[in-house]
Design a protein around this ligand. Structure first.
Ligand code: ADP
Length: 187
C-alpha cells in the first residue's frame, strides 16, 4: 500500500496515520515529525526550519522534497509507505510524481480525513495544552489553516481526478475512525 494521508491541521493525520501504517505493515513518513526531530536534535536542518514552523509557514520545497526523496529510497518502503504532511503544495505534488516515476512505482490511495472547522479548532486547543508543540498557539494555528486552504487544499482535486481520493469522516473516537479508514481502503 502506497498512500498519502491528507486533511487540515487537527484532522488526526498523525494519530490515524500511525495506526493505518501499522495495519498495513508500512512505514509512516511524516515530514512534520522529521522536522520536529531535527529541531529537537538541533541539527543544521532543525536550526533552519524552527522559525518557519513556529510561524506556521511552509518549509521551502527545496528542503522538503530532497528529504522525502531520500526517505522513499530506503529499503523499508518496499512494502509501501504512508506519507503524512507531504505533498503540501502543487510543486511538491509534481516533485512526488517525479520521485515515484524514478522508483517505478505509483500511489494506491490518497486518504482525506474530513472534520468540520469547529472540531478542528477544539482539537488543536486541547493538543496545545497537552503536547506543548511550539506551533500550537492561536496565531500560528490560524496561519496553518490559511496555508492549508491556500496551498494544500487545491491538491485534493488533483488526486480526485486521478481516482485516488478516499474520503473518510474523521469525527468520532480514534478506534471508530480507524475502522472506517481500514474499511474504506480495503473496499
Ligand atoms: P499539521 O498537519 O498539524 O499542521 P505537521 O506536523 O504536518 O502538522 O506540520 C507541522 C509544520 O511542519 C507545518 O506547519 C510546516 O511548517 C512544516 N511542514 C511539514 N510538512 C511540510 C511540507 N511538506 N512542506 C513544507 N512544510 C512542511
Amino acid at each position: 500500500m502506497r498512500m498519502l494521508i491528507m486533511g487540515p491541521p487537527g484532522a488526526g493525520k498523525g494519530t490515524q496515520g500511525a495506526k493505518v501504517a501499522e495495519e498495513f505493515g508500512i512505514p509512516e513518513i511524516s515530514t512534520g515529525a522529521i522536522f520536529r526531530s531535527n529541531i529537537a536534535n538541533q541539527t543544521e536542518l532543525g536550526k533552519i526550519v524552527k522559525a518557519i514552523i513556529d510561524k506556521g509557514e511552509l518549509v521551502p520545497d527545496s528542503l522538503t522534497v530532497d528529504l522525502v526523496a531520500d526517505r522513499l529510497a530506503q529499503p523499508d518502503t518496499a512494502p509501501g509507505f504512508l506519507l503524512d504532511g507531504f505533498p503540501r503544495t502543487v510543486a511538491q505534488a509534481e516533485a512526488l510524481e517525479g520521485i515515484l516515476d524514478k522508483l517505478g512505482i505509483k500511489l494506491d490511495a490518497c486518504l482525506l480525513l474530513i472534520v468540520d472547522g469547529e472540531t478542528l479548532v477544539a482539537r488543536m486547543m486541547k493538543r496545545a495544552a497537552i503536547e506543548g508543540r511550539s506551533d500550537d498557539n492561536e496565531e500560528t494555528i490560524r496561519r496553518r489553516f490559511e496555508v492549508y486552504s491556500a496551498e494544500t487544499e487545491p491538491l485534493l482535486a488533483l488526486y480526485r481526478d486521478k481516482g485516488l481520493l478516499v474520503e473518510v469522516d474523521g469525527l468520532g473516537d480514534v478506534p471508530v475512525v480507524h475502522s472506517r479508514i481500514v474499511a474504506a481502503l480495503k473496499a
